[in-house]
Design a protein around this ligand. Structure first.
Ligand SMILES: Nc1ncnc2c1ncn2[C@@H]1O[C@H](COP(=O)(O)OP(=O)(O)OP(=O)(O)O)[C@@H](O)[C@H]1O
Ligand SMILES: [Mg+2]
Length: 392
């Protein structure tokens, strides 16, 4: 599949089917290639619906919970999400889910099928589509632990470098094995082998982060220069901070790899005492600043942080689209519109339409989405059922 050759393509979900997923017993929903507004009362199933869409990408989805939690309470214990994805003239049927538990059997992980063919790993989904989201839980990303920031930025990076996901998985697997070895003991040769298996993906992860953050920064600045929307969303300054990322600025990748392996070797005793690996890409942090105010994002106001995140997602969408041959990401915005003032809300809607992304926006109040007019499709959600509705 040569995505670079296709110049103007759009990407959207044209049908979504759910089975025993959260509060949806079954759902079959046809969608148009336009932004979708989901409104309805609290507890209706709006966030659940976009969580289902988030599972069309690798990872644990928008709430980052164990897969078993997604199964409908009092159901069989399994769940399924099927999305029909249109990319230009091509159609891909993505099916994913968890089979029902069988007594006495070890439970398999999340299954993925593309056009009926089982895939060994969910990472293939990252090659097909990019899904990014903003939720109320992400609002605290600048203040919370670095693990939250890594999860947020690593998802953005996956959209720019689809192979990134695979490196993350490889690194985590090797590190888990080394951590186990720290616990139970092992020979020098065993440590050497695992540390080599960690170092290779670690360098790939760090390099991808450095490049992606540079590119995202450039895209943010370009947008700020060229686009009105930036009066609504301040430009962000971005930096990545980690031991390997730092080394990569100073030395060749092969030297950075050797240096990391040396540090792992020398750190075995310390790591054993700490019962985990203390150095590596799993400790990297991402630093964000409020550009116009020259202020670290964690010191910015709640509204400013939200605006920074929104601006970042929009710049990222533009970058993904150009990088991936006109293939835009899907953007899931849970309760974002309600927290923006009218000016920013208008700018957000306009930008979504201009980018040609199929964004999914949730809210309890349909009125605030009225400015979308005919540019969006309006869906009403109530007690795990979804109906197409007229304009708000
Ligand atoms: N595994 C599950 N099985 C059945 N129901 C569930 C499951 N998980 C969550 N729910 C229920 O699904 C309902 C809808 O949740 P959801 O978060 O989608 O609501 P919402 O429409 O986004 O509401 P709000 O406007 O308050 O954000 C809730 O009542 C919740 O308790
Ligand atoms: Mg919700």
């Amino acid at each position: 599949m040569d995505i670079a050759a296709e110049s103007t393509q759009s990407l959207f979900v044209s049908r979504l089917r759910l089975n025993e997923f959260r509060n949806y017993s079954t759902l079959s929903l046809e969608l148009e290639p336009r932004p979708a507004v989901l409104t309805g009362p609290n507890g209706a199933g709006k966030t659940n619906l976009i969580e289902a869409i988030s599972l069309l990408a690798p990872g644990r989805g928008l709430r980052n919970v164990p897969f078993a939690d997604l199964a409908m309470a009092n159901g069989s214990g399994g769940w399924a999400v099927a999305g029909r994805l249109q990319i230009g003239a091509d159609v891909y049927n993505i099916g994913t889910g968890l089979s029902r538990p069988v007594a006495g059997e070890k439970r398999a992980g999340r299954q993925v099928k593309i056009d009926g063919v089982s895939e060994r790993s969910t990472t293939v989904l990252a090659e097909l589509l990019t899904v990014v989201w903003l939720t109320p839980a992400i609002d605290g990303v600048f203040m919370g632990p670095s693990s939250d920031r890594r999860r947020f930025f690593d998802r953005l990076i996956t959209g720019l470098e689809p192979g990134f996901r695979k490196s993350l998985t490889q690194f985590e697997r090797a590190m888990r094995q080394r951590n186990k070895l720290l616990e139970i003991g092992g020979s020098a040769a065993q440590f050497e082998a695992l540390e080599a298996a960690m170092a290779e993906p670690a360098i790939a992860i760090a390099a991808a982060r450095v490049h992606a953050i540079e590119d995202l920064q450039t895209a943010i600045w370009a947008k700020w220069r060229d686009n009105e929307v930036n009066t609504a969303f301040p430009w962000a300054t971005l930096a990545v901070e980690g031991s390997i990322e730092r080394d990569l600025q100073l030395m060749a990748a092969t030297d950075a790899e050797d240096a990391y392996r040396d540090r792992l070797r020398q750190g075995r005793e310390q790591d054993r005492a700490a019962r985990r690996t203390l150095d590596g890409p799993h400790r990297t942090d991402f630093l964000t600043g409020h550009g116009p105010k020259q202020m670290p994002a964690k010191l910015s106001s709640t509204g400013e942080q939200k605006a920074l995140l929104t601006g970042m997602i929009l710049a990222h969408a533009e970058l993904v689209t150009t990088r991936r041959g006109g293939r835009p990401p899907l953007i899931l915005l849970d309760e974002v519109a309600a927290h923006l003032d009218e000016h920013r809300r208008g700018a957000l809607f306009e930008e979504i339409c201009r980018l040609g992304v199929q964004a999914f926006l949730t809210g309890t109040d349909a009125e605030i989405f009225a400015p979308f007019g005919a540019h969006a499709q309006f869906l009403h959600v109530e007690e795990g059922r979804v109906s197409h509705s007229d304009r708000p």
